[in-house]
Design a binder for this molecule. Sequence first.
Ligand code: PLP
Length: 391
Amino acid sequence: MSTTPRGRLFFANPGPTNIPDSILRAIDRPSQDFMDEGFVALFEECIRRLKPIIGTEGHVFMYTASGHGAWEASLVNLFSPGDTLLMLESGYFSESWTEMARKFGLAVETVSADWRRGVQTEAVRAALAGDTERRIKAVCAVHNETSTGVTLPIAEIRAALDETGHPALLLSDTISSLASIPYAMDAWGIDLTVGGSQKGLMLPAGMSFTAVSEKAMAAHREARLPRHYLDWTVMLSRRHRSFVGTIPTQMFYGLSEALRLLEEEGLEAVHARHRRLAGAVRAAARVWSGNAGLQIFCADPARCSDSVTAILMPGGHDAEAVRRAALGRYNVSLGGGLGRLAGRVFRIGHLGDLNEPMILGTLAAVEMSLADAGVPHGRGGVAAAMDALRA
Ligand SMILES: *Cc1c(COP(=O)(O)O)cnc(C)c1O
């Protein structure tokens, strides 16, 4: 049974995320010459204010592309054909980054992992220690694996590199953690950070970036993969020292407003809000696990993501039926299972522009949808979430 949707669509995907009205208003601008000095000043100010969110003083290169474009930039700017990367398996996104690297002729070795826990630091240390010829040029990690809802302790990965004295670069994908979960690029010794516009930064999709350390810039000067549109050297020769081609000016009015919102709330408060809302989602999900029902997909409580929760269906039940009920009857959009998790999990995104009643509304719709779809579950998840939010 589907009804005509009225009221707001409750958008609980883990990307893209809700765009605040003030950002939508800010983007609503006529076209402008991107060489205009007023725009150049706005652009430079955006970059300056974005850096503390990433925790870096390194250069930020921007692309008119979704996050995949920034992944591609990370590969073509740093490596040469035949170079070896060490990919830390986390889920669908580490698999996709691997697939892309192989298409560019890179050799990818994988530290394999249980998707419900993420890679164990000890296994990373062993892989690095075993690389006595120092063939591995870079370790690639997805800080927050959006397909599984598992967050990796990147600082521990850095420590594994330091303890083994391995010179590899450390690359980290923060597309679903930046401005949601604490991240400190320079303090954690990360050489390249991949970020995107449409998750924690609350913007439309279509812009992504890489922040780059001095060590990564030195590697870039030796790298021989063909590139042009994403080439940092080409970018550095241009006025904005970012972008090749037309700059999406409207996005920067949106980014400036997004940064204002984050600055007004304060980054620590932004992180605390994400932690609080995530705690409510997990409290509800723990109640739903009653009656041999659903499980939080992340099996390591210390690694459960504060920006997205993947929920594993009981055997024989299809996650898509729950998503259909939520959207069709209650106007609530949930994330689906990606790759091998298709049909087995649904995902509740809890990052970006969200507050308590939005989360509670989503959780109530999920609980009703579980009943509608005949999925076994414990009742009372929303009450547990309310308790968690008031604690
Ligand atoms: C969303 C996401 C991507 C892909 O980004 P697109 O903007 O969809 O190209 C890559 N990595 C992670 C961790 C993501 O969450």
